[in-house]
Ligand binder design. Sequence first.
Ligand code: HEC
Length: 220
Amino acid sequence: MTLNRLNLTLAIALVLVLGLLKLARVDYSRPNYQVNLGDDMAVSPAYSPFEANENFANGRTMQSPVPGTIARGTQQFHFEATPADAIRAGEELVNPFDRSTEAGAASIERGKDVFQFFCTACHGGDGSGNGPVAKRGFPPPPSLLTGKTLPMKDGQLLHILTFGQNSMPSFAAQLPPDRRWDVINFIRSLQQQAKLQAKKPPANTEPSAPAEEVDTEPKP
Ligand code: HEC
């Protein structure tokens, strides 16, 4: 083979290889080609969530969490639906939101919506207990602004929201724990507003303050 012919052959080979490389461009977004040798390790036979499954005693694929499972980021709630445990919840549970902080204010805001949707029907928009349901014969709830609720600890309110109390239903299924704390924080802010209102003497008994001269002239 002369040098010229060798060069030509190599040049053709180079063009062929470059052409093949271009044709067989690797697509990194897809898995490589895989020879299936009937190996279940490579392609496992997955059950779909609602399919019957003989591997479990209850015959289901989806299993419930083990009793007592606590989801990450949630609080342990080891109380029974008894009045004694409601008191104990009040002593042991800590409200995760500090109402004096920004996060607390955001919690109160969220709690306002929760209250509107889930509580006003019975407790009324202002928490005084005059909701439309109570006006139509349902046992009227006590005011949340005065009386028994006021001295209750936050944890006790959470217990009531979780288990219910007499004709007050449980909200455990509708509201995750954080939303229950939110509505408790909102109730606290309602109570605070009511307290401030009560402190103000009624308008008609207010001693008439001497009308102050109001200077409307723009200052130089
Ligand atoms: C179906 C009507 C109804 C709804 C809805 C309802 N409540 Fe009640 N709630 C009651 C009744 C009735 C009571 C009084 C229970 C009793 O007799 O102990 C009560 C009691 C309470 C108490 C205890 C008050 C106390 O002084 O013992 C709290 C706190 C409370 N509710 C909060 C809420 C919150 C927060 C919501 C919304 C998430 C809500 N409730 C929704 C009817 C309702």
